[in-house]
Design a binder for this molecule. Structure first.
Ligand SMILES: Cc1cc2nc3c(=O)[nH]c(=O)nc-3n(C[C@H](O)[C@H](O)[C@H](O)COP(=O)(O)OP(=O)(O)OC[C@H]3O[C@@H](n4cnc5c(N)ncnc54)[C@H](O)[C@@H]3O)c2cc1C
Length: 311
């Protein structure tokens, strides 16, 4: 219930204003978002890479309904990639970027999908020139077909473009099969949006079981699975399934979000696993932040209490 309410609030302008202007927000948000500027993202990435982890960086923002803004987001990514390359962080994909197609124009009326493809193509070209990769984040289920279609088009020129599949969607096991071919980079996550039961599993157990089935498909395929979860059970099962499938460390990776279970991130990296941290930066943190609260009741209680007393 709380999760559904928070995900609903993540789309509310009134709550957005309240949360964005509350003095307490800055401190709590900082746990999940290292800063607003490109330099903040580069510094955080440099520290993580120095500790043996890898990063994927997200320029925060989604649901762009204005062409000029969509172009601005594309330019921000190209600038980010330039800064990462200058700092020597892009070699071998140590720092790559994650892109939401809705931020680069997918939601624009008329030609939205085509515009997002063009903008994503420009970002991929910049990434390729700097020796790194791009992963397309997955948003709510109404965008899945469009995002997979853009992915197919991008992969014609940039076969290394990563996909994200969400285990909570009933369709995902089949999508995993489709995307488990040679060289296919696929991030598997549980899924972070408010979805109807007609398309998504509602119970935690059902989602977890789907996650395991999807992991099996990806590990037994020929692609490059990227297991994005903080769930200790699913991390253990992922590692065991990799061994069962005869995969060596480095032929798959684990991924976690910035600020979440950092000790576990380091433990996995120290064990020789590839561990990539998703680093978001920018001003437009509201939607991302609310989804993180929805995942973790303890954070929500802390945040709401602080909001009630200080806001
Ligand atoms: C790298 C990455 C990229 C992602 N990209 C996308 C995307 O493109 N699209 C999308 O829809 N979603 C994305 N997500 C979010 C994802 O879908 C989930 O909403 C999110 O990861 C929470 O699910 P979980 O697997 O971590 O498990 P949860 O069910 O949230 O947690 C399971 C268990 O993990 C442990 N745990 C979780 N959080 C904490 C914490 N803060 N401290 C200590 N233990 C904790 C607890 O034991 C908990 O019981 C991404 C997640 C990651 C890690």
């Amino acid at each position: 219930m709380l999760r559904q309410a928070l995900l609903h609030m993540s789309k509310s302008d009134r709550v957005r204003h309240l949360v964005e202007t509350a003095p307490v927000s800055r401190g709590v948000v900082h746990r999940f978002v290292p800063g607003a500027d490109v330099d903040d993202a580069v510094h955080a990435s440099s520290d993580l890479i120095g500790s043996g982890r890898l990063v994927t960086i997200d320029h925060l923002g989604e649901d762009t309904f204005d062409l000029a803004h969509a172009r601005g987001v594309r330019d921000a990514y190209i600038t980010l990639i330039g800064h990462l390359a200058e700092a020597g962080l892009t070699q071998d994909g140590r720092a790559e970027v994650s892109v939401k197609l809705s931020a680069v124009g997918q939601a624009l009326e008329g030609d939205g999908e085509k515009i997002s493809l063009e903008h994503a193509w420009d970002i991929c070209q910049a990434a390729q020139q700097s020796g790194t990769t791009v992963t397309l984040d997955m948003e709510d289920h109404t965008t899945t077909d469009s995002t997979l279609s853009v992915l197919r088009d991008l992969r014609a020129d940039f076969p290394w473009v990563g996909a994200v599949l969400q285990a909570y969607l009933r369709r995902t096991e089949a999508d995993c099969r489709d995307l488990s071919g040679a060289g296919s980079r696929v991030r598997l996550c549980k899924g972070a949006y408010k979805e109807p039961e007609s398309v998504a599993f509602a119970g935690r157990d059902q989602v977890d079981r789907s996650y395991v089935r999807c992991t099996k498909v990806l590990m037994n395929g020929e692609g490059y699975p990227m297991l994005a979860t903080h769930d200790p059970r699913l991390v253990d099962i992922g590692g065991a399934l990799a061994v069962q499938a005869g995969r060596a460390q480095g032929s798959y990776e684990f991924q976690m979000l910035y600020g979440i279970r950092p000790d576990e991130q380091q433990r996995l990296a120290d064990q020789g696993e590839k561990m990539r941290v998703y680093v978001p930066y920018g001003d437009d943190w509201y939607g991302y932040f609310m989804r993180r609260l929805a995942e973790r009741p303890a954070n929500t209680v802390f945040f709401l209490r602080a909001l009630a007393t200080k806001g």
